[in-house]
Ligand binder design. Structure first.
Ligand SMILES: NC(=O)c1ccc[n+]([C@@H]2O[C@H](COP(=O)([O-])OP(=O)(O)OC[C@H]3O[C@@H](n4cnc5c(N)ncnc54)[C@H](O)[C@@H]3O)[C@@H](O)[C@H]2O)c1
Length: 489
């Protein structure tokens, strides 16, 4: 059964989307337009690791209609990372990589030099651990350059409020801001989100998301002193190198891995833009429109660390739990259940599902792409009951998000994903906090929680103090649900 209230809500989402698109340009300065003389959009990369190299590759691989693009500067805090990334990019892209030694920057202030190498209208890529996003974003917006920043956008409520605040200025300047939640650019998911908004599933009552696989990247860490590779590294650079292990740096495995599935569920629920003027409410005043707010407003969660040593008996000292189970509640009572696990040898799943009053939908399954998005009339994915499916194999959303960003820059289309990225990150902050404290955590509690690392804009040398410190045995403060109730560790 459809109900009139939800039809109004779907109309509202669609209508407000249109209004925002139309009004986004009203009263703002026109952007820098690349001139006939040199039409190249220059790109600077801050954070030349795995994804940074991938994002720069995508930037240099945009279709001819959106080119030309050129990489002109790179910043990192490790020289080996910077050189490795540049070598790989040079091999693949030749002349499109124009980064001489005087535009290679090592150190915590390198981001400023990299951004200073750009003109207005060019793009800065931020692919460090998320804790630094707001610091870089602030400088880029001040300088008037467009931004592509990876997910997660924040690791705590402090970061979320910072991004929302800085983005007000970015919007005034009509800067284009892409966020690496590339599934938002998945053509299959986009087509299914449209189906849902047109009522194909009736009212949404439940969403389920799963990110379960073995430990990857720097999810688990042993004490620095026990690691031949890292024992002589400065503490701060080590924590950043192992950023999935430290909540201040990344939000841990929770934010880093789960955000894609959590965000796509919020999309199905109507978080089309995550823009306060568009998505049904102001994130700084959720109570004013709670039943329309397309992000959950409360979380309760469980989680635990089951494995405490590696196969050589060395202790794991990272701040992650190995498993998380979260119940998110929306203002209108809709639930989002998320299961996350980083343990080998268990059932693996990487998917997002939706249940509505008219049926069931598979938004994604088996990872990021291609998404086998489909809708069914029953409660299961029984092919006999399939009522809609995305008709073709989709293209790579990592590339699509870059073509979409360049299209917006070239043709001055409204394009700013920063609020949405920050709010999706904040949903993660809220769920993670609920698991780590053992309390029911509301949107406002998570948004106003004490900052985990608030002075990252003041880091200078590699001898800077790290935001969290180990005891004499190399152990860091851990979440203790029920004991530490008002902070995560
Ligand atoms: N969208 C996706 O599917 C996807 C996939 C992978 C990673 N990511 C995201 O990209 C980000 C980076 O992940 P990664 O896997 O590339 O990690 P990585 O460790 O390979 O790369 C991060 C790089 O940033 C550098 N760095 C850290 N702090 C810095 C600072 N203050 N200034 C300059 N450089 C700094 C590091 O030295 C490193 O080279 C994370 O937020 C991650 O979640 C997104």
């Amino acid at each position: 059964m459809d109900n009139p209230q939800s039809s109004t809500r779907r109309d509202f989402i669609k209508a407000t989307g249109k209004i925002t698109a139309a009004s986004a340009l009203a009263g703002v300065a026109l952007p820098y337009v690349h001139g006939a003389v040199d039409d190249t959009v220059k790109v600077a990369l801050v954070g030349a690791g795995g994804r940074g190299t991938g994002a720069a590759d995508n930037a240099l691989s945009v279709s001819a209609a959106h080119g030309p693009t050129k990489l002109v500067a790179v910043a990192d805090i490790f020289e080996d990372k910077l050189k490795g990334s540049l070598n790989a990019l040079q091999k693949k892209h030749g002349d499109k990589v124009d980064v001489p030694a005087n535009r290679q920057f090592i150190g915590f202030e390198g981001f400023k030099n990299a951004i200073d190498s750009l003109r207005k209208g060019d793009i800065a890529i931020f692919t460090t651990p998320p804790a630094f996003r707001w610091v870089f974003f602030q400088y880029a917006v001040q300088k008037g350059v467009n931004v592509f920043m990876e997910k997660p956008v924040t690791a705590d409520g402090f970061g979320t409020k910072k991004i929302l605040e800085i983005n007000r200025e970015a919007k005034k300047k009509n800067l284009k801001v892409g966020v690496g939640l590339m599934c938002r650019h998945s053509r299959a998911r986009g087509a299914m989100a449209e189906q849902i908004q047109n009522g194909a599933l009736g009212d949404i009552v439940l969403m389920r998301s799963y990110r379960m696989h073995g430990p990857v990247a720097s999810a688990r860490s042993i004490p620095r002193a026990m690691s031949p590779e890292y024992k002589d590294m400065e503490e701060i650079r080590w924590q950043i190198r192992r950023f999935h292990s430290f909540i201040w740096a990344s939000g841990g495995c929770f934010n880093d891995y789960y955000i894609h599935n959590i965000d796509e569920c919020c999309w199905m629920k109507g978080a089309a833009m995550g823009d306060p003027t568009n998505a049904g409410g102001d994130p700084l005043n959720v109570d004013a429109a709670r039943d329309k707010f397309p992000w959950p407003i409360m979380a309760q969660a469980t989680g635990g660390k089951h494995y405490t040593k590696d196969d050589q008996g060395r202790p794991f000292i990272d701040q992650n739990f190995d498993s998380y189970s979260v119940e998110y509640t929306y203002g209108d009572g809709t639930k989002l259940m998320h299961q996350g696990r980083t343990i080998e040898g268990c059932h693996n799943e990487f998917a997002s599902y939706v249940h509505g009053t008219k049926g069931f939908g598979v938004f994604s399954a088996n990872g990021h792409f291609p998404a086998p998005s489909a809708i069914y009339s029953g409660l299961t994915p029984n092919p006999k009951n399939q009522t809609w499916k995305f008709p073709v194999t989709e293209t790579n959303p990592y590339q699509d998000e870059w073509d979409d960003l360049l299209d917006a820059i070239r043709n001055d289309k409204p394009y700013n994903e920063a609020d949405r990225g920050a709010l999706a990150s904040q949903v993660c902050n809220m769920g993670r906090m609920a698991a780590h404290t053992g309390q029911r955590v509301t949107w406002d509690m998570a948004l106003n929680a004490p900052p985990l690392a608030k002075d990252l804009d003041k880091l200078l040398g590699f001898d800077s103090k790290a935001p969290v410190l180990a005891d004499a045995q190399g152990f860091y403060p851990m979440p203790q649900p029920g004991l530490k109730k008002d902070r995560e560790y």
